[in-house]
Design a protein around this ligand. Structure first.
Ligand SMILES: *Cc1c(COP(=O)(O)O)cnc(C)c1O
Length: 870
């Protein structure tokens, strides 16, 4: 065997095309399709070969092609259009939407363990990362003062191959940083910038990679530096790889290293957003900073927490990251020492004294050190409020400070080019400035059906080409016979996109139930064997390498896809990534999602599908519970049998078969004289028109700005005034409240009126025993509600068949709150409060009276979680 020697020949960009390099270094190309189209036009085959990676493309393109393009007027025209759009995008720096309300000095730091921008930077695994990527892209679109922090994983996320038995084979290869849109962060002398973090008593060096995302900067931290011992260099090797030891060290680098890196770069955020608990160690470094500048511990806690925002993404408590106490002390013992905290005090930041699990929990840490927090859909917000109820034990879950922002998607990242062109034509080229206007998107309904349908068919054809090619190479590699391959792809004909095509692609986590469709094989056969109404299901998705049950779902699907009845009708395509995702969500007719309710925190792939006019057929969970409007898709009402898994799967599968047979297939094949179904086109238009204005990322960033970032920034800054004077006052006040609260009680002093007429007012007096607190330390409130709306009455009504959805709104009856006025002290040490009020409602009403601690230094009236009822 002859040895091979390496030689790289680097092409030289002709002067006329020199800015391609710049384009390849800004992830803006990830959401501006014409930029990517330039590379595609230069050499289509190479573009596929380099997996849509612009930098790798520029290292491998033939010089002759470049020279030819540099003289081709058509290409030069496209090139000039792209560079002009790029310059325009970067030149316009004025903040947009709610970003205009930020002051000059305000800035948001966003921390996340993974980011997905585009398949050319494979440091993401799934929904969380892609959401974080979309968040950054939108921060750029809105020109926000915003900086992102994450980790750079040298191994990237794994590639997936499916073998002939349906086993998932994973391969990982080290990323070549020269081929990625990232650059080393250096100081003014060109020296690599490094900071240190102490881990288990060792000094670990950390460098940063800069990712330019349009206007904004994202720093990816990396420990693979020669100064580091091999085990320290390996910390940032792999995304979600390794064991608890690796995991906690990665999180120390992300949280503590991240704050230090920003400080080193002279960046001074006023808001710190932890996107999921992985980043929660950042609060420790912020605490350390405050303690070192002379704050007392509880004062530092108030100062830090007021500016921190925490978003949770998991509806299962076990999904929250946690570490054994000894492990935490091993890696962070040195740090607790620097904070001047005893082992017990340090662990208390993340451990709960009560409960069975004594592990240090990242969610607990984040909740203890944030005053602003949210789940990612209405249902998930409610579930999170319940999971976290113990933090505010005297409150009803719906009143605690865990709220929600429903996720969205960055529309132009996932919208097929054909739709962009259609929007340009019918809505105007500035459609992306109207993303949140429902009325604006109603114009979709006026686009001629035929044109709308043709656009969908064109997008679908492109998807079929891509999926077909992917299957051909997948099966050639597996040495599948030619005839068998032909059978597999027979229904994926780009020239005949008329077969109803249903897509299901996501991580193969078991709660997503990739095999629910297989629950009743008799019914499934009935559906796929009807030759008059052909149907194809396309499945894709990776299972985590450690998730054996997830891999067995993949195997089951794959094996079925080779059976005679299912070949060509049930298709499994390997290697799900953002590139394949873009094709699938835009190209299928129906997007299927059938998770176990209520475990889909939000889900975003269905939004990507809907913005491309694909129609959702999904369990009413996560975002779809809010998005479903009856005529814009189909909703599977989850089975109420939550404790019996088999029964629930059986029920949900049957609902799915019923909808497929009686509605989806019927409507799709109700072909009119132009060869398509008008009812279908109407539903597809409604899918698009209803989803874009509510589930786009601009709406999401507006919500974060209005309800989280701006309040956190203002409150955080307020705490810092006068060297933390307010923070000190608040922490002392809270200390006093905690000491005295156990003794508080409240009672009515006189027999109140039980019946009045509408125009009368009534007066109520209560005596509160304050146990040494001041009358101004508490709020006394009357909560008035209408008895007819009480949940128990509501549930008893015979026609109430609602299982979920509206259930959320009815979780608490509508109430009105009235505040009592402090009057004077009474002889027995109580204090008298009075209220004179006139109800706006008629009929049977009921009221409750309560007392809770109140100070205008609090960021939320109920942040202390204390409440006493009369
Ligand atoms: C959008 C997306 C996801 C997340 O989809 P869910 O519906 O939230 O499961 C995962 N992976 C890829 C590649 C995606 O594009």
């Amino acid at each position: 065997m002859a040895q091979e020697f390496n030689l790289e020949v680097i092409p030289v960009l002709p002067k006329a095309l020199e800015r391609l390099e710049e384009i390849a270094n800004n992830l803006w190309y990830g959401w501006y399709v014409p930029a990517r189209a330039l590379f595609e036009q230069l050499d289509y085959e190479l573009w596929i070969r380099v997996s849509h990676n612009p930098k790798l493309f520029l290292r491998n393109v033939d010089q002759a092609r470049l020279e030819k393009a540099a003289k081709d007027p058509l290409f030069l025209n496209a090139y000039r259009q792209v560079t002009a759009a790029f310059d325009d995008y970067l030149a316009d720096k004025a903040p947009r939407e709610a970003g205009q309300k930020l002051e000059q000095n305000e800035q948001i730091a966003y921390f996340c363990a993974e980011y997905g921008f585009h398949e050319s930077l494979p440091v993401y695994s799934g929904g969380l990362g892609i959401l974080a990527g979309d968040h950054c892209k939108t921060a750029s679109d809105l020109r926000l003062p915003f900086v992102g922090v994450g980790l750079f994983y040298h191994l990237g996320y794994f590639s997936q191959h499916i073998d002939t038995e349906g086993n998932q084979r994973v391969t990982s290869s080290t990323l070549n940083t020269e081929h990625l849109p990232i650059t080393t962060v250096t100081d003014e002398n060109g020296e690599e910038i490094r900071i240190t973090v102490n881990i288990a008593g060792r000094t670990v060096w950390v460098k940063a990679w800069l990712v330019q995302v349009g206007h904004i900067k994202l720093y990816l931290l990396d420990t693979e530096i020669p100064q580091n011992a091999p085990e320290d260099a390996a910390i940032t090797h792999q995304l979600y790889g390794g064991d608890n030891n690796t995991r906690i060290q990665q999180e120390i680098v992300l949280g503590i290293g991240g704050v230090r890196m920003l400080r080193h770069l002279g960046i001074a955020p006023t808001v710190w957003h932890m996107n999921e608990g992985h980043a929660a160690f950042l609060v420790l470094e912020l605490l350390r900073e405050k303690l070192h500048s002379g704050y007392e511990f509880h004062q530092a806690v108030e100062a830090v927490a007021s500016g921190c925002v925490f978003t949770t993404h998991t509806p299962v408590p076990a999904g929250h990251d946690h570490f054994p106490q000894d492990l935490v002390m091993h890696f962070l013992g040195h740090f607790s020492h620097e904070l001047g905290l005893s082992r017990e005090d340090f662990l208390r930041l993340g451990c709960e004294p009560a409960g069975d699990n004594h592990d240090f929990n990242m969610t607990t840490l984040a909740i203890n050190l944030s005053r602003h927090m949210n789940g990612v859909s209405r249902i998930h917000g409610r579930v999170s409020s319940e999971i976290c109820q113990r933090f505010w034990p005297q409150l009803e879950p719906h009143e605690n400070i865990m709220s929600y922002v429903t996720n969205g998607v960055h529309v132009s990242s996932f919208l097929a080019r054909q739709w962009t062109d259609l929007f340009d034509k019918h809505l105007g080229a500035d459609w992306d400035r109207h993303l949140c206007s429902g009325e604006y998107w109603d114009q979709i309904m006026n686009i001629p059906d035929q044109e709308f349908w043709q656009t969908h068919q064109a997008v679908k054809s492109r998807m079929l080409v891509v999926v077909r090619n992917a299957l051909l190479s997948q099966h050639k590699a597996n040495k599948t016979s030619e005839t068998h391959i032909e059978q597999i792809v027979k229904n994926l004909d780009p020239n005949n996109p008329g077969i109803l095509t249903i897509g299901f692609a996501r991580r193969f986590a078991t709660y997503k139930r990739a095999t629910l469709l297989l629950n009743n094989m008799h019914r499934l056969r009935e559906i796929v064997l009807n030759s008059e109404r052909p149907i194809v299901f396309i499945f894709a998705g990776k299972a985590h390498p450690a998730d054996e049950p997830g891999q067995s779902l993949l195997r089951a699907l794959y094996q079925l896809s080779n059976e005679p009845d299912f070949i060509g009708k049930l298709i499994v395509v390997q290697g799900y990534d953002m590139g394949l995702s873009r094709r699938l969500v835009s190209g299928v007719d129906v997007w299927l999602n059938n998770p176990v309710y209520p475990l889909e925190a939000s889900g975003t792939s269905g939004m990507k599908a809907a913005v491309n006019a694909a129609i959702n057929l999904s369990v009413l969970d996560g975002w779809w519970d809010e998005g479903y409007e009856g005529d814009n898709g189909w909703g599977i009402r989850p089975s109420p049998h939550e404790h019996d898994h088999n029964r629930r799967d059986h029920d949900d599968a049957n609902t799915l078969y019923d909808i497929l047979q009686n509605e989806v297939l019927d409507e799709y094949y109700d072909l009119g004289k132009y060869g398509y179904s008008e009812r279908w086109v109407h539903r597809a238009k409604r899918s698009m028109a209803s989803t874009i204005p509510h589930f786009n990322m601009v709406r999401v960033l507006n919500d974060y700005l209005e309800n989280f970032y701006i309040p956190a920034s203002r409150h955080g800054q307020k705490m810092l005034i006068n060297e933390g004077g307010n923070a000190r006052q608040l922490s002392e006040w809270k200390g006093k409240i905690r000491n005295q609260w156990h003794g508080i009680h409240v009672r009515q002093t006189a027999e109140p009126a039980t019946r009045i007429t509408y125009d009368e007012s009534t007066s109520i007096q209560v005596a509160v025993y304050l146990n040494g607190l001041d009358p101004n330390d508490v709020a006394v409130e009357l909560l008035l509600s209408r008895k007819l709306y009480h949940p128990e009455i509501y549930a008893a009504s015979p026609d109430n068949t609602v299982v979920c959805g509206t259930e959320v709104e009815n979780a608490a009856p509508p109430t009105t709150a009235y505040r009592f006025k402090p009057e004077h002290g009474l002889d027995n040490g109580e204090y008298l409060f009075s209220l004179n009020f006139q109800p706006d409602w008629c009929g049977d009403l009921s009221y409750k009276i309560r007392v809770f601690p109140y100070s205008d230094l609090l960021s939320d009236a109920h942040e202390m979680g204390m409440m006493v009822w009369a």
